[in-house]
Write a protein that binds this ligand. Structure first.
Ligand SMILES: [Zn+2]
Length: 456
């Protein structure tokens, strides 16, 4: 805009000067223009358009920029985890119906894909933080011996309760009256049993993070046979008829399993379990997009809670989060960063567990800087990144490299042979990237940030 402003400014100065000198004009251009407008109506407007195109090319670049925020597509991976239920019962009521187990799988899929109808209840302040985890669950179809299975094992036991003063893992061992796991590297084992202790429904479920996961102290990693999820039989599935007390009714939307699978995939509670410490707001759950929280909810849904004041951009406690202790009726989200943590837990620590499906997902790409000589933008045909070189001096054998924000190359050194190069972005997950152009001597001639953002 600099050139145009200068011209406008000098014109303004001229007017002031003229008004002081008998309103005479030293130049006849304005008169000429007025004359031409009379002769060719619309001339003035067309002149402005042409002027902007030729004298002020930046404007055309700006109009180009509008196109640059565009829809693209990329490949994404959906992980599907095979599940085996071990139902242990000493009385018939503990041998819960298949429908509750099937319903539990449905609830896991609903909440992990953010297809839950109550996602509309997420407060506006948190809506953009809520994420689709892109992890699904299905009952195992093949058992460890390669035989067909429905993924449900039912086993009578003489053990009347698995609750104890604390947590024990006896249900995971046939030798203790429980049932041995199926290879935990290949299946997510869920034991369904009576967790009451002294007739109290205090403990509703538990699960360990993956062995070696950084969210858990290195001295107390739990591996091998103890890996898996344990659920109290009264809170499996939605509307379990056995959820008879107020506590159980607050946990009767199948979300004990959602919460425990969150732990199984490396998540901590949103308040990081340090409610009794003086500095409870200093330790966090290592998730960037959950607000600092000092205390867990008390099986309620208090949307006024703000247990930690953040120095900037203070937020209330995220009582909607599945990793809080709010009621199931209150919960409706995992965040995008929790999604990243859980997906990383799968690929880094449980890599043989999921079945992978590649899908094509809609996304947006944003341009952030536009250069006169080099334009980098997605084409309308989508899923392609175009590098357009406008300055002929730059045409000599430039090469392009693309890096993610932690400096890893996602596109290695590739020579640009034409002044109009198209690159496929199908393999780029949504993130910020740096596009670097080098000359044959290796010198960086342009670098440019591009953002690929998922459209939810
Ligand atoms: Zn928990």
């Amino acid at each position: 805009m600099r050139k145009l402003l200068l011209i406008t400014f000098s014109f303004f100065v001229s007017i002031i000067a003229f008004s002081q000198i008998n309103e005479t004009e030293p130049c006849g251009q304005r008169e000429l223009i007025d004359q031409l407008e009379k002769q060719y109506p619309g001339f003035k407007k067309q002149m402005d358009v042409d002027y902007l195109k030729t004298v002020h090319p930046k404007v055309t670049i700006e109009s180009r920029k509008k196109k640059i925020t565009d829809t693209i597509y990329y490949y994404d991976t959906i992980y599907t985890i095979p599940v085996v239920f071990h139902v242990l019962y000493s009385v018939p009521s503990e041998n819960i119906n298949d429908s509750l187990l099937l319903n539990q799988i449905e609830v896991l899929n609903r909440d992990f894909r953010r297809n839950n109808a109550d996602s509309v209840n997420t407060r506006a302040v948190f809506k953009s933080r809520a994420g689709d985890i892109r992890i699904q669950f299905e009952l195992a179809k093949i058992d460890p011996n390669g035989k067909a299975t429905n993924g449900i094992i039912r086993k009578p036991t003489s053990v009347t309760s698995w609750g104890s003063n604390g947590v024990n893992n006896n249900m995971k061992y046939s030798s203790a009256g429980g049932n041995d796991n199926w290879n935990p590297l290949k299946y997510m084992n869920i034991w369904v049993c009576d967790l009451t202790f002294k007739n109290n429904d205090g403990l509703l479920g538990f699960a360990y993070p993956p062995y070696g996961h950084p969210s858990w102290g290195g001295t107390s990693w739990v591996g091998g046979p103890d890996q898996g999820v344990v659920l109290h039989y009264k809170v499996v599935g939605r509307n379990n008829p056995l959820a008879s007390t107020p506590l159980l009714a607050a946990a009767n939307n199948g979300r004990v399993a959602v919460h425990e699978v969150g732990h199984f995939l490396g998540l901590r509670h949103t308040w990081a379990d340090d409610q009794y410490q003086f500095n409870k707001c200093s330790l966090d759950d290592f998730i960037d997009d959950t607000p600092l929280q000092g205390v867990g909810s008390n099986f309620d849904c208090n949307k006024n809670l703000n247990t930690c004041i953040e120095p900037t951009n203070d937020m209330p406690d995220m009582v909607e989060n599945y990793m809080d202790y709010s009621t199931h009726q209150c919960q409706n989200l995992f965040t995008k960063h929790q999604a990243i943590t859980m997906r990383n837990a799968l690929t880094d620590f449980r890599k043989d567990l999921p079945i992978k499906t590649e899908i094509i997902v809609k996304a947006r790409i944003y341009d952030t800087i536009v250069y006169n000589e080099v334009l980098i933008y997605p084409v309308a045909a989508q899923s392609k990144l175009v590098i357009e070189l406008r300055n002929q001096d730059l045409l000599d054998n430039l090469s392009v490299e693309i890096y993610n924000m932690i400096g890893q190359p996602v596109l290695a050194n590739q020579t640009i042979v034409k002044n109009f190069t198209e690159l496929s972005t199908m393999k780029f997950p949504p993130a910020t990237y740096i596009v670097i152009l080098r000359n044959p001597e290796g010198k960086v001639v342009r670098n440019k940030k591009i953002v690929i953002d998922r459209v939810d």
